[in-house]
Design a protein around this ligand. Structure first.
Ligand SMILES: [Zn+2]
Length: 356
């Protein structure tokens, strides 16, 4: 059975949190873990109001250092230190990834506020502008819970954050007013299905021998013949691919690693009619997001990071000047692509490789 991957939007607003919409933060749930993408002011409140289980947050990714993507981080870190994972003596560190400067921001906030944790944390900094940054020059003051991370440099026009047997995470450069990245999460291919009809013909009963073949080992069938995985396994199935972008007015530098995704989470700060203003501020409109998604052959698009002037519900549009986010989703609609305007706490589920 394919594990469900889903997205929970904790904050879908730009600039600042409002009573109706939190500042930027998105949770990706996969294999019992939660990964957070951006952490605007007030995210710890949204986190507690959501159905995301505490204690599951293992990694936090920050697209850029603007406050509406960052100001919630020290508070959120205080919140989740009470939910330590791993053994009591050696808890797993919280891993954070973001542009150069992220470690200094966290360290300064924690030291000046006299904050200490029971759980270590590690910041891996992305050298977006290729400055040759050396973190050892930065660590003459060091937080007691900080363990050294690594500097991630550009290789083949992308940043390789990490790879596990199940997932690969990369980042690519976006154009914005501060150094900014988008993240690409790619699930490893899974083993193809067993040809049970053929196995039956060969006299192999369902059970442990099926498992052996699926894990890549040959078996000896009841008639004494060797049965190899190649004989009875279908083609590997492609893994799912999720693209979560930060603020951007140009995605051309991330295109090559973002192709053929199941879902793209893309900002749409302003409506199409305000395209000049959007680009001037380093932001996108729904059509800009949709055109990028068509170019990389995305199956679906979730719009987020709306200017606080837009309303989530049509019934809140009381005057002619009020615009609903469903109107922005309409502007992004293109043939063959599902488009959704996210709202706070809305989930989007990728239950298999063809839908979410
Ligand atoms: Zn920004």
């Amino acid at each position: 059975m394919v594990a469900t991957i889903d997205l929970v939007f904790l904050g879908t607003g730009s600039c600042y949190p409002s009573p109706s919409r939190g500042a930027s933060s998105t949770i990706l749930r996969l294999d019992g873990e939660c990964w957070m993408f951006d952490c605007g002011e007030g995210t710890q409140i949204q986190y507690q109001r959501s159905n995301v289980k505490p204690g599951k947050l293992t990694r936090i990714f920050i697209t850029h250092l603007h406050g509406d993507h960052l100001f919630g981080l020290p508070g959120l870190m205080c919140l989740i230190q009470g939910t330590v994972t791993g053994s009591a003596t050696a808890p797993e560190p919280l891993h954070l990834y973001g542009p150069v400067g992220l470690a200094r921001y966290i360290r300064t906030s924690l030291i000046l506020s006299g904050t200490e944790f029971t759980r270590p944390y590690t910041v891996h900094e992305i050298d977006i502008e290729n400055t040759g940054y050396d973190p050892t020059e930065d660590t003459n003051i060091k937080h007691v819970n900080e363990t050294p991370g690594r500097v991630i440099n550009l290789r083949n026009n992308a940043f390789s954050l990490f790879e596990t047997p199940k997932y690969k995470v990369e980042a690519g450069i976006l154009s914005h007013r501060l150094p900014c990245v988008g993240f690409v999460i790619t699930e490893a291919p899974s083993v193809g299905s067993l040809n049970t009809v053929l196995l039956k013909e060969l006299g192999v009963p369902p059970g442990p021998m099926y498992g052996k073949l699926k894990s890549g080992h040959s078996i000896t069938g009841p008639s004494g013949h060797l049965i190899t995985p190649n004989m009875v396994l279908g083609q590997n199935k492609r893994g799912r691919k999720i693209v979560i972008l930060g603020d951007t007015c140009d995605n051309s530098k991330i295109e090559h690693i973002a192709r053929d995704p199941d879902v793209v989470v893309h900002e749409a700060t302003h409506q199409d009619e305000l395209v000049d203003k959007a680009i001037e501020c380093g932001h996108s409109t729904p059509s800009m997001a949709a055109d990028f998604c068509k170019k990389i052959r995305a199956q679906s698009l979730v719009l987020t990071h709306f200017s606080q002037r837009y309303k989530d519900n049509p019934e809140d549009c009381k005057s002619d000047d009020d615009v609903c986010t469903s109107y922005l989703a309409e502007q992004a609609r293109r043939d063959g692509m599902e488009v959704v305007a996210a709202h706070d706490f809305s989930p989007s589920t990728l239950s298999d490789s063809s839908s979410f």
